[in-house]
Design a protein around this ligand. Structure first.
Ligand code: ADP
Ligand code: MG
Ligand code: ZN
Length: 486
């Protein structure tokens, strides 16, 4: 609940998310759908909309769209209809986008996510439909001129529309992050906001606490990171509350978010034509899906993040937060399970993966550079007393950087702990001989000097002495202190 001035306001948000499907070719032609090719190199008569060219739906794209719908618990419609959405824009050579309007591919799903305000919450998915992407206008190629790149024309998209279900910008962000996880897990899309493969239009309104009717909404576009979703919605929510508290009315309009100014501004009205004159595309028959086609996609669905998280909690006795961290990314979850399968105690494996492994991945393009079996061996060396935890971190970094076996790396770095009683006893003898005064004080009852002796032995061994062994031998050599109580 946001409050400016005295009033209390409730924020209402609904999201429309466009996601590029992970296919080799475009939605209705054979052109490559790859990102980053030289401008206008992946085009043909179909995606350029040349007269007489006919679209043919991409089966793989339909499969992925169905899979996404099932992952979001939607009902997949046995029959959906492609429709033309007509508007003029320089990056749309056909003059229309093929989309779905009255009969979308899928309806009525839901996605549970962890709301920072309310705990586990559920967003309704109103509809999920298939469409093709438009081209791109480039404003930074030539001074004062706009260039057009049509490579993106016809790239397959799904649009996922939620109900007006979110009550804060933070919730909207949490939903999007969960949506991204689910779609990544399912292999539907890489959901990379920076490359534009996941794009969000955010609808927002406010109403007085207790009010039932929804307020007038605005739609905020041009949001290109998760952090900006939260920021853009926050500034727009505050703007609306400001207007209403001053006695004004919110105007229903489309706004663009300017991340540099952290402000929204109205989209130029000529870009905003809401009369799309949708009609069924005469070049495409209705999309009719056989039951087995849908069943096959249902079977191909992997274990999704929420279920995996629950399983990690029960199977590995992890806390819910740790389980959430370990299952946020499918590759990390698989990695964790491989470390456990290689014989590591689940809690120790979790600690290593959540700290060293994730930190290393973050600095190295999300690569998991140490093989799971190597990490298991390394953790085993710590458990067996061969390496201190501190030394093991250095060995981890070494193996990540240069590969090889942890045991060999530890030896090469001279980090293997010395657990040979004779050697350790030698160091201890030297230390005690060098500190006769402290030895006397200890023997007279000053047991708090034990860490001092430990420290001296560790220093002399340059960190290599096995601390447990040092402690034991020290206690033996120093004997029990005399009882000096009066
Ligand atoms: P439009 O016809 O303007 O596109 P829709 O009814 O299709 O509007 O809804 C688009 C998105 O806006 C949906 O995600 C929906 O949940 C959301 N939405 C609709 N009304 C409101 C509102 N008053 N406040 C916030 N979000 C809303
Ligand atoms: Mg809409
Ligand atoms: Zn093409």
């Amino acid at each position: 609940m946001a409050g400016l001035g005295g009033g209390r306001w409730e924020t209402v948000i609904g999201l429309e998310t466009h996601v590029q499907l992970h296919t080799k070719s475009k939605m209705f032609c054979g052109c490559s759908a790859a990102f980053g090719a030289p401008p206008n190199s992946n085009v043909c008569p179909v995606c350029l909309g040349l007269p007489g060219a006919l679209p043919v739906p991409n089966e793989q794209a339909v499969k992925l769209a169905v899979r996404a719908a099932l992952a979001l618990g939607c009902t997949v419609q046995p029959k959906s209809v492609f429709a033309r959405k007509n508007y003029f824009y320089p990056d749309l050579p056909k003059g229309y986008q093929i989309s779905q309007f009255e009969s979308p591919l899928a309806t009525k799903g839901s996605l549970s996510y962890l709301s920072p305000d309310r705990g586990l919450a559920t967003a309704t998915i109103v509809r999920l439909h298939v469409e093709e992407d438009a081209g791109k206008s480039l404003h930074d190629r030539f001074p004062k001129e706009t260039a057009i790149d049509l490579n993106r024309c016809g790239v397959p998209l799904i649009e996922i529309v939620t109900g007006p279900d979110f009550r804060s910008p933070q919730e909207a962000r949490a939903y999007l992050q969960t949506l991204k996880q689910v779609l990544e897990y399912s292999g539907v899309s890489d959901c990379d906001m920076e490359k534009g493969s996941l794009r969000v239009d955010a609808n927002v309104s406010v109403r007085r606490d207790g009010e039932i009717a929804l307020g007038t909404k605005t739609e905020v576009k041009n949001i290109n990171s998760f952090a900006y979703v939260e920021k853009a919605l926050t500034v727009e929510r505050d703007r609306q509350i400001g207007i209403l508290e001053a006695g004004g009315a919110v105007e229903q309009q489309t706004l663009l978010y300017d991340s540099r100014a952290n402000a929204v501004r109205p989209q130029r009205t000529k870009e905003e034509s809401h009369d799309y004159r949708y009609f069924p595309d005469p070049d495409l028959p209705p999309l009719v899906l056989a039951e087995d086609f849908v069943a096959e996609e249902q079977a191909a669905l992997p274990e999704l993040p929420a279920r995996k998280r629950e399983r990690f909690v029960t199977q590995y006795a992890l806390g819910i937060t740790d389980a959430a961290v370990l299952t946020a990314d499918r590759a990390v979850a698989d990695y964790y399970e491989a470390v456990v399968r290689a014989g590591t105690e689940p809690k120790a494996a979790a600690n290593w993966v959540m700290t060293e492994v994730l930190a290393d991945a973050k600095d190295n393009h999300e690569q998991l550079r140490v093989a799971p079996t190597s990490l298991a061996q390394l953790i085993g060396l710590v458990k067996g007393g061969t390496l201190s935890h501190q030394a093991a971190k250095r060995v981890f970094a070494e193996v990540a950087e240069r590969g090889g076996e942890p045991r060999n790396a530890a030896e090469a770095l001279g980090l293997v702990q010395v657990a040979d009683t004779g050697v350790v006893a030698g160091w201890i003898t030297d230390v005690l001989a060098a500190h006769p005064a402290e030895v006397d004080r200890y023997k007279n009852g000053e047991t708090k000097l034990m860490p001092f002796f430990m420290g001296q032995v560790m220093k002399l061994s340059r960190g290599k002495a096995d601390p447990k062994l040092v402690q034991r031998v020290l206690e033996e050599k120093l004997g029990s202190p005399v009882d000096s109580r009066p």
